[in-house]
Design a protein around this ligand. Structure first.
Ligand code: ADP
Ligand code: MG
Length: 213
């Protein structure tokens, strides 16, 4: 089984829906350890992505085309740290997916490229209370599931479950990157907003894959 361009478009639309739905939660999480703009930043960005998708004259030819549209739109509309971080993630993922469908190994390549983009841009490693703490276990779990012979939807499911655990595990961490690091020890005891939004985006990928089945 493979996932196609329609899945990628559905994933992006579902990402927009979940980001809009969780806007207030993401704002509140960012209010606790940042400046309270994460939910609004992502809502603005993904709303712009939807407008771009709706304005396309022809459906995108490849999954990479879909992800590149997301990348360029988020980079120009999100602002803050998350704009360039997610923008680079989608751009790298786009480069890893130049075809019209992905198999399980392709899903792993997509997720690993996204993680590499975030790390290249933000220079964070795991344990620094950032979105890397969701993406890194997600990519790892995806690779393991794929090696075990899982179908693409199950690979994404494994990634989303690991991202959820990784996001939850940011609560006790002290932030050492990004705005939350200004709080030092006081950043402990709060869920990282970027890890939470990353979890939501990966869960949207699963929902889209389930609909494609
Ligand atoms: P800002 O911090 O500029 O207000 P956002 O609120 O949109 O930007 O995004 C904050 C999120 O960005 C954090 O919760 C964290 O997950 C992520 N982040 C910040 N700095 C980094 C970094 N250097 N590497 C990875 N992720 C980071
Ligand atoms: Mg912020």
């Amino acid at each position: 089984m493979t996932l196609d361009v329609a899945w990628a478009v559905d994933w992006v639309r579902a990402s927009a829906a979940t980001v809009v739905e969780h806007r207030d939660e993401l704002v509140e999480l960012d209010r606790q350890i940042g400046d309270g703009d994460h939910g609004e930043n992502l809502k603005r960005g993904f709303t712009a992505v939807l407008a771009k998708l709706d304005a396309l004259e022809a459906p995108p030819a490849t999954i990479g085309d879909v992800l590149k549209l997301v990348a360029t739109t988020l980079m120009s509309t999100v602002g803050g740290a998350a704009g360039p971080l997610y923008g680079t993630a989608y751009l790298r993922a786009a480069k890893a997916c130049g075809s019209s469908s992905v198999d399980s190994a392709g899903v792993v390549a997509l997720l690993e490229a996204g993680l590499e983009g975030i790390v290249a841009r933000g220079k964070a490693t795991t344990g620094e209370k950032t979105m890397v703490d969701a993406w890194s276990p997600a990519a790892e779990a995806a690779a393991k599931a794929s090696a075990d012979g899982a179908q693409p939807a199950q690979v994404l499911e494994a990634a989303a479950v690991a991202a959820a655990a990784g996001a939850e595990a940011t609560v006790p961490l002290v932030a050492t990157k990004g705005r939350a690091s200004y709080l030092g020890e006081r950043s402990a005891g709060h869920l990282d907003p970027g890890a939470r939004s990353s979890q939501l985006i990966l869960e949207a990928a699963v929902a889209a894959a389930d609909r494609a089945a």
